[in-house]
Design a protein around this ligand. Structure first.
Ligand code: ADP
Ligand code: MG
Length: 207
């Protein structure tokens, strides 16, 4: 059973930062195909700044993730900066106090983070955005929550990857890719790709 504290959330977000760094060229290439070729560099800049935060400077996990959200808003830019920032801020707001990490607390935080992205970006499932990976991930987490944190996160990561893959044939209806209309079909959404890395990192570190 994981103990929730700033060191645990720092382990998660540092793992995500490393994953973004490894995949930065892929994220940028995907964004080159249907956007402006900056998603990898945007996310890498933001997550390196988040990874540079020291867990020792935070009283609890919620204040660490809140600072991560503010850091992303201030450093990532583009569409994804405010969206990832809002995810982290809402996640932090719903996470609750440090202590034993329960599926209830983590599920509530993931659900609140997703709702923040929906409120801010106004995308629905099928619009070819990060929402297409994050929505099934949160639903899978909730469906598997009776099996414990690790099993629920493993299910969430698998669902995120399926949702990411489901963006390939879609025509984009939100964000920069929507400017391409039908020509956006046949390409994997960059934001759905990066948010899958976020959930895969959670499955490696929070369980
Ligand atoms: P920008 O499009 O401003 O260059 P990025 O390239 O960093 O920003 O991020 C692009 C990603 O942001 C897209 O692949 C998509 O997943 C996500 N995105 C864009 N607009 C929205 C929206 N309204 N709601 C949810 N996600 C969105
Ligand atoms: Mg872009």
């Amino acid at each position: 059973m994981s103990q929730l504290n700033a060191h645990l959330t720092a382990a998660w977000l540092s793992d995500f930062a490393a994953s973004v760094a490894v995949n930065a060229d892929l994220l940028t290439e995907l964004d080159r195909q249907i956007g402006d070729a900056d998603h990898g560099s945007n996310m890498n800049r933001g997550m390196q700044a988040v990874a540079a935060l020291s867990a020792d400077d935070f009283a609890d996990a919620a204040s660490h993730v809140k600072k991560a959200g503010m850091t992303l808003v201030n450093t990532v830019g583009g569409a994804s900066g405010p969206l990832y920032g809002t995810f982290m801020l809402r996640f932090a707001g719903a996470l609750g106090d440090d202590g034993e990490l329960t599926t209830e607390a983590l599920g509530a935080a993931l659900r609140a983070g997703l709702q923040g992205i929906l409120d801010r970006g106004k995308a629905s499932v099928g619009d070819k955005t990060m929402v297409d990976a994050l929505t099934p991930a949160v639903e899978a987490f909730e469906a598997a929550s009776g099996q414990g944190v690790q099993a629920a996160l493993t299910a969430a990561a698998q669902a995120a990857a399926s949702g990411r893959d489901s963006t390939i044939p879609l025509v984009a209806r939100k964000g920069r890719a929507s400017y391409l209309g039908e020509r956006s079909a046949g390409h994997q959404d960059p934001g759905a790709t990066s948010v899958t890395l976020l959930i895969e990192s959670a499955a490696r570190t929070l369980g």
